[in-house]
Design a protein around this ligand. Structure first.
Ligand SMILES: NC(=O)c1ccc[n+]([C@@H]2O[C@H](COP(=O)([O-])OP(=O)(O)OC[C@H]3O[C@@H](n4cnc5c(N)ncnc54)[C@H](OP(=O)(O)O)[C@@H]3O)[C@@H](O)[C@H]2O)c1
Length: 215
């Protein structure tokens, strides 16, 4: 059985945990305040889930979801995440995160910065444009004409492949926009960000319409 480590048990982390459990994964999930604060969520998720520290969730996962905003100084367990695929759901929100000059100048994307903070991991941007509650409610079978498509971006093809498989299991199509230097194309404010439900062809068109936004 595959285990997903999930660091971040807020809106996105908890919804990915629910979807993962529904699709037969084991989940080891962490927040910043400690496993004992996750009793209610674990009770809801059932026996395939357990709470842990971030380090333990990273170690336990065959792959790991990081559903925590990026910080200037790395606060993710880089050693425990080494050699693993890390699905990063982060969005750069100036109102929340403050200004990152490299991002504002268009020199780096937030996901390139995450990759730099986790140099021995394979970071893949995914689940960033869908509101968290939809992760468990908007999924549709493969081939459904109005299936929602989501972007996926990484410097590592195997990480794109894994996120694409997970999307498909959860009921979503994938549109790749790699490498991570291209991940801004569905960032906040872009057409692919503003239109939450988009089919594969609509997402491809919206990614092509992306224009840099001054910070
Ligand atoms: N909300 C959405 O619909 C949505 C959709 C797509 C993408 N996103 C993006 O996904 C990311 C997560 O968003 P969210 O809405 O899920 O945030 P959230 O509800 O605020 O949850 C953040 C989680 O991260 C945990 N956390 C913070 N620092 C940590 C650390 N150092 N170690 C372990 N856990 C830590 C928090 O734990 P504590 O509560 O214990 O502090 C909390 O469980 C953000 O970048 C957001 O922009 C959000």
């Amino acid at each position: 059985m595959t285990t997903i480590g999930i660091i971040g048990a807020g809106e996105v982390g908890s919804q990915i945990a629910r979807a993962a459990i529904a699709h037969g994964y084991q989940v080891v999930i962490a927040n910043s305040r400690g496993p004992e604060t996750l009793d209610d969520l674990i009770a809801e998720l059932g026996p395939l889930a357990r709470a842990a520290t971030a380090k333990d969730a990273a170690l336990a996962g065959d792959f790991v979801v990081v559903a925590v905003p990026l910080k200037m100084a790395n606060n993710m367990p880089a050693d425990e995440l080494a050699n693993k695929i890390v699905i990063d759901t982060n969005n750069y929100m100036i109102w929340r995160d403050g200004n990152y000059p490299l991002i504002d100048a268009g020199l780096k994307t937030e996901h390139e910065l995450r990759q730099e903070q986790l140099p021995r991991s394979k970071v893949v941007k995914a689940f960033t444009t869908i509101q968290a509650p939809r992760i468990t409610t908007w999924g549709k079978p493969t081939g459904a004409p109005d299936r929602t498509a989501l972007g996926v971006s990484s410097n590592f093809p195997e990480a794109v492949a894994l996120a694409t498989r997970l999307y498909d299991q959860f009921g979503f199509d994938a549109v790749e926009h790699s490498p991570l230097s291209e991940s801004w194309r569905n960032g906040p404010g872009q057409p692919a960000w503003k239109q939450e439900h988009q089919t594969r062809s609509e997402l491809v068109a919206n990614l092509a319409k992306a224009r840099p936004i001054a910070g």
